[in-house]
Write a protein that binds this ligand. Structure first.
Ligand code: B1M
Length: 223
């Protein structure tokens, strides 16, 4: 069992989606996260073990390498695709309630802002680390965030902004949510955002990268 989990983790870390995928070149013709996850499930490996000891391990490794500038956006996207192929096999088990996620993360790019590349990376990394992700997309209003906060009472909220002009909307969204739910946890990120800005607008956590958001969520989940 350990061997197949290691193989799946390796596929996720290096972005090997399936047998047909030519990437990465040194794994051409080998089985990928898709086939190996199916095999693991068919041979009775528990869903939680595949998630925790294979997918999360692979995504964590790539997240750390990305933070250290050892890999770049394309590699992270390939890892996320490999993770997504594996998740397709696991999803029915989560949907049936047979397996549990670590928590819920509601993420979106703030109103007026259409940049979603960084937000999508955060979204994929958080999902790959075992959380249910509600991705609201781009140009998300305070009202929409509030409605989703109501729908998912324990969901942590993630806001992304790439424009100095939309940072003010981030502040508006935090205020709208905190006015109604002062204890709701809000994490923010994006190129123009900083820790000082986070404190100024009364958000709870600033992360400069996806791995930081994952580590923050893990700390919360650990209590
Ligand atoms: Co725009 N753009 N853009 N753009 N764009 C920038 C951001 C800009 C810096 C370019 C420049 O002038 N040098 C500039 C902003 C200047 C400013 O505000 N100070 C700018 C501008 C001005 C604009 C327009 C206004 C241009 C115009 O129309 N005149 C316009 C605005 C549209 C709008 O949003 N309303 C616009 C449009 C666009 C495109 C549509 C063409 C395209 C977006 C495509 C898309 O996202 N689907 C685009 C792009 C691609 C960029 C640049 C080139 C790249 C942004 C990016 O994707 N980076 C950017 C210049 C640059 O950065 N070199 C630029 C890669 C991505 C992985 O990084 O998003 O920072 P990033 O995410 C990181 C972290 O920030 C963090 O994790 C990610 C991974 O490490 N992170 C989080 C992000 N969100 C997080 C949330 C978290 C935690 C971490 O927790 C919740």
């Amino acid at each position: 069992m350990d061997e197949i989990l290691k193989q799946i983790a390796h596929c996720v870390e290096f972005g090997k989606i399936n047998n047909a995928s030519p990437y990465p070149p040194d794994m051409k013709g080998q089985e990928g996260a898709d086939e190996l996850t199916r095999k693991a499930l068919d041979s009775g490996v528990p869903v939680e073990d595949i998630l925790t000891h294979a997918l999360i391990v692979g995504m964590k490794n790539v997240g750390v390498k990305f933070r250290e500038n050892k890999v770049f956006v394309p590699q992270v996207l390939m890892s996320a695709k490999a993770m997504g192929a594996a998740m397709e096999h696991l999803k029915p088990h989560f949907a049936s309630g047979a397996a549990k996620r670590k928590g819920t993360f509601i993420i979106g790019t703030v109103e007026g802002d259409l940049h979603d590349i960084g937000k999508n990376l955060v979204s994929m990394m958080v999902e790959g680390n075992g959380y249910e992700v509600i991705d609201l997309g781009v140009d998300v209003s305070a009202g929409k965030f509030l409605a989703e906060a109501e729908k998912y009472p324990h969901g942590v909220i993630g806001l992304s902004a790439l424009l100095t002009t939309t940072m003010v909307n981030m502040e508006k969204i935090v205020k709208t949510i905190k006015d109604k739910y002062p204890d709701r946890i809000i994490c923010i990120g994006g190129a123009p955002v900083s820790d000082d800005f986070c404190k100024k607008i009364n958000a709870d956590f600033y992360s400069p990268d996806p791995q930081g958001a994952v580590e923050f969520l893990n700390e919360l989940a650990a209590g």
